[in-house]
Ligand binder design. Structure first.
Ligand SMILES: Cc1ncc(COP(=O)(O)O)c(C=O)c1O
Length: 453
């Protein structure tokens, strides 16, 4: 079994993360439980920073908050001296409420509302990454109203199609994200910025997709971006100071995954950028990377309690856990594959072929198809690996399941970073219109009891 980060098997034969026995964590905090390995998150942040320092000292790392964002996570990113990518007013609020400095925030998103734009400007975010002309108009209006100048990057779709799940491709021409280069839309956006006295073009942004293994696509994207930068300079007299190359580096979910290292990723892009700029006699732009999954994905593990099971003779054996697609929609969404271990039987041979199913009312609510595990019994704790990215952040209350708690583990300490939702949390935003209250009491003589229809 491939153990990640600070994981080890302890003397009780249990899986341990960050010096904490996961069986004990499950008992103390309940399940499902997201467990985050703080040292592993920080190690990955540092790998990015060190690689950038080595291959291209003129740059910064931006953590893509969409992968996993809570106030504690913002504190770690701040502590590591990194920037933060937010894509909504909610993510911006999360960051600011944690004390994260606005001047380290990049504001992304392909459909920012007027309110979100106003919020970003008032907060003083570092850069707006503009996705379309409508946004540009709103940004200009809002900047004018606030008598301020806003620094922007233009998100471009470089026309690169990467080898990943189609839902995770974002750099091709036919994409909802960014301005095309070849069709002239990026240039049109840049001209609009240059006409405004309240917007200042700082640079370009490209994010070609996610869970990418091959680095050639990044080389190609870098080349296309530099060609565009060169054309902007030669034909239009526009200088590009900053280049944000997005995130997307893949991670290991299953044994079939063969991700590149963080260092190789940074070295490839930095190397290509230097070569291309030199060949065109261009000054080197400031370089940003924007990783999410490769920072936090493998640092997260979800613990579940195993409940019942169902053996369909000659077909398959299902084992059921107390979570599922509500806390991890990635299997239903992307046919994602995961590795797992029975945390309280970590030394036992994986002799039974089973399928791990969740408790939601969907046949597609499967966490792992066909995995070998030791014989399982109700009450066993299943640890599913590499669930740190796009799990909590994509979680829902489907079937009115309460969203799990999250803990940060480090050096034998476990701290709650997200409280488990309660049943009252589930109804706290519900409203019963007065006429339905009346209907209930008129028709059925009931007041506080639910309607029976
Ligand atoms: C604009 C942008 N930047 C960065 C990321 C982070 O990507 P990843 O988590 O694959 O590194 C994403 C994710 O889709 C994105 O849309």
């Amino acid at each position: 079994m491939h153990l990640r980060g600070s994981m080890r098997i302890n003397d009780s034969g249990h899986l341990e993360i960050g010096g904490c026995d996961t069986v004990e964590l499950a008992r103390r905090f309940g399940t499902p439980l997201y467990v985050f390995d703080e040292l592993e998150i920080r190690r990955r942040c540092r790998s990015y920073k060190e690689a950038l320092e080595r291959y291209y000292p003129h740059g910064n790392i931006i953590y893509a908050g969409k992968a996993f964002l809570t106030q504690a996570m913002c504190r770690i990113i701040q502590d590591e001296g990194m920037y933060l990518d937010v894509v909504s007013g909610g993510e911006l609020f999360t960051a600011l409420s944690a004390g994260f400095p606005a001047e380290r925030v990049f504001f992304h998103g392909n459909n920012k509302s007027q309110e979100e734009i106003a919020y970003g400007i008032k907060s003083g975010v570092h850069r707006f990454v503009v996705d379309n002309l409508h946004e540009l108009e709103m940004l200009n209006e809002e900047a004018t109203r606030n008598a301020t100048t806003v620094d922007v990057l233009i998100r471009v779709a470089p026309g690169v199609e990467v080898d990943t799940h189609s839902y995770m491709r974002t750099g091709q021409m036919d994409s909802k994200f960014g301005f095309g280069i070849d069709d002239g839309r990026a240039l049109e956006a840049i001209r609009a910025i240059r006409r405004s006295s309240h917007l200042r073009l700082r640079g370009l942004h490209a994010h070609i997709g996610s869970q990418i293994f091959e680095l050639e696509s990044y080389e190609m994207t870098t080349r296309l971006m530099v060609e565009f930068i060169d054309r902007l300079r030669t034909d239009n007299g526009v200088d590009i100071e900053e280049l944000n190359m997005g995130g997307g580096l893949g991670i290991r979910y299953s044994a079939d995954d063969t991700p590149s290292t963080i260092e190789a990723f940074v070295e490839t892009v930095a190397g290509a950028l230097k070569v291309e700029c030199r060949s065109k006699d261009l000054p080197l732009p400031r370089l940003y990377f924007e990783p999410g999954r490769s920072i936090v994905g493998e640092a997260g593990t979800t613990l579940y309690t195993i409940g019942g099971s169902k053996e369909i003779p000659g077909v398959r054996k299902y084992i059921f856990v107390d979570g599922g697609m509500a806390d991890n929609p990635r299997v239903a969404l992307y046919q994602a594959e995961y590795e797992a271990m029975v945390a309280n039987k970590a030394l036992q041979a994986p002799s039974d072929l089973v399928t791990v199913a969740g408790k939601c009312c969907e046949s597609g609510d499967i966490l792992i198809w066909d995995i070998n595990l030791p014989p399982c019994a109700p009450g066993d704790i299943l640890a599913v690996f590499a669930t740190g990215a796009y799990n909590y952040s994509m979680a829902s209350n489907y079937n009115r399941l309460t969203r799990p708690a999250a803990v940060l583990v480090c050096d034998g300490e476990a701290d709650l970073i997200v409280r488990r939702e309660s049943f009252s949390d589930l109804v706290q935003h519900d409203c019963i219109p007065e006429r339905l209250r009346l209907l209930a009491s008129d028709c059925h003589g009931l007041s506080d009891t639910p309607l029976r229809i």
